[in-house]
Design a protein around this ligand. Structure first.
Ligand code: ADP
Ligand code: MG
Length: 368
């Protein structure tokens, strides 16, 4: 019996060097038993390298990889209780779906009756029970992907590694497969480590997200943490639109810290933001406010953080409207505001003057 949330895999100072070039710089990462973790970052940031190191296809140049607390850095790939799903499916074309899925159990020398029962059960899990006797070439891309998944989970691995498994699917099928994968993972309670370069996919699928950049881990956290409490400017910019305002950290009062900007002093709540509570007076930083957290016009009056602005541009983009404003006190620092669209139009006009307001709880600060 595994205890939910206990550490399954740990990377301790794991680095990887190719031909004298370090592409992964001493990363520390803990993967909890039963969680769905996504690894996201731009191309070349080291996502596949992390996956291959854990899978055992490559070995660390420095550091150690632990499974249940024991060092497995030198354990050969076939002895690791993990399985990998690749983007190109890698199915055996000359074998039926049932033979593909049962392959791992046959290699292990399981009895035929056991294999048949497990194959039936696993095909039901991926909703392919009617396709057992087909060949891969007779299946759609999404169905082939589910065969690859079934093959990966049939041997009840401790961890399933998925490297951009949905990259070859069109948008609608991709969304279907995202929901399907997530449900399947909760049903079989197996730890998934899922690599993607798509930030929206990373956010919608994860229990926790690992954000990578240039061979380093920028942050590991829940989708809400990386979105609302980014650890760095990079993470703040990576997930959706954000306003980053230059500020200097000042004194604290009533559970908030004062932040001086070129167009006014704003208050940011410190609860849950340890770095801000500890920041020295006078330290420079960036104040982050999401565009959807800003209120415009008369309704802004209820907020402690306010500024007079000129409306530069109003763009209707369907369900939301984007409004770019420039503070009168700092016209060089444009602010993006997003509001729900209304059929009668918005109470702001391009070229007009208005007020913006935002709550101290909607603020976050990153310091250099
Ligand atoms: P990602 O999956 O995030 O796109 P990778 O982990 O594949 O990134 O690659 C990280 C870096 O390591 C890249 O700069 C890539 O060129 C380099 N790299 C990956 N594999 C090799 C290899 N076998 N030999 C040399 N360099 C490699
Ligand atoms: Mg990759």
């Amino acid at each position: 019996m595994t205890q939910a949330g206990k550490t399954l895999i740990e990377l301790r100072g794991v680095a990887k060097t190719y031909q004298g070039v370090e592409v992964l710089h001493a990363v520390d990462l803990s993967l909890r038993d039963g969680e769905f973790m996504t690894v996201v970052g731009p191309s070349g940031s080291g996502k596949t390298t992390v996956l291959r190191l854990i899978g055992g296809l490559i070995h660390p140049s420095k550091g150690a990889i632990l499974l249940d607390g024991a060092d497995i850095s030198a354990m050969p790939i076939n002895r690791r209780p993990f399985n990998t799903v690749f983007q190109d499916y890698a199915l055996f074309p000359h074998m039926t779906v049932a033979a593909n899925v049962g392959y791992g159990l046959r290699v292990r020398g399981e009895p035929r009756a056991t294999i048949r029962a497990r194959v039936d059960e696993t095909l039901r899990l991926v909703a392919l029970e009617a396709f057992a006797e087909r060949y891969p070439s007779q299946l759609s891309g999404g169905q082939q992907q589910r065969v690859a998944l079934a093959r990966a989970i049939i041997c009840t691995p401790r961890l399933v590694l998925l490297d951009e498994p949905l990259g070859a699917l069109d948008a609608e099928l991709r969304r279907q497969m995202q929901r399907f994968l997530k449900r399947l993972q909760k049903e079989i309670r197996t730890t998934f480590l899922f690599v993607t370069h798509d930030q929206e996919e990373a956010v919608t699928m994860a229990d926790r997200i690992c954000v990578m950049n240039h061979g380093r881990i920028e942050q590991v956290g829940t989708p809400e943490e990386v979105y609302y409490r980014p650890a760095s400017e990079y993470v703040a910019r990576f997930f959706g639109d954000n306003n980053l305002i230059d500020v200097t950290v000042g004194g604290s009062a009533a559970g908030a810290r004062a932040l001086a900007s070129a167009f006014g002093t704003f208050a940011c709540a410190v609860a849950g933001r340890g770095a801000l509570a500890d920041a020295a007076d006078g330290q420079p930083g960036k104040l982050l406010v999401r565009p959807e957290a800003i209120t415009l016009g008369e309704a802004a009056a209820v907020y402690p953080n306010r500024a007079r602005v000129r409306v530069e541009e109003v763009s209707f983009v369907g369900p939301v409207s984007q409004i770019r404003v420039r503070p009168l006190g700092a016209p060089d620092q444009p602010i993006m505001v997003k509001v729900a669209s209304r059929s009668g139009g918005l109470p702001v006009a391009e070229g007009g003057e208005t007020e913006i307001g935002f709550s101290e709880r909607e603020c976050h600060v990153v310091t250099a």
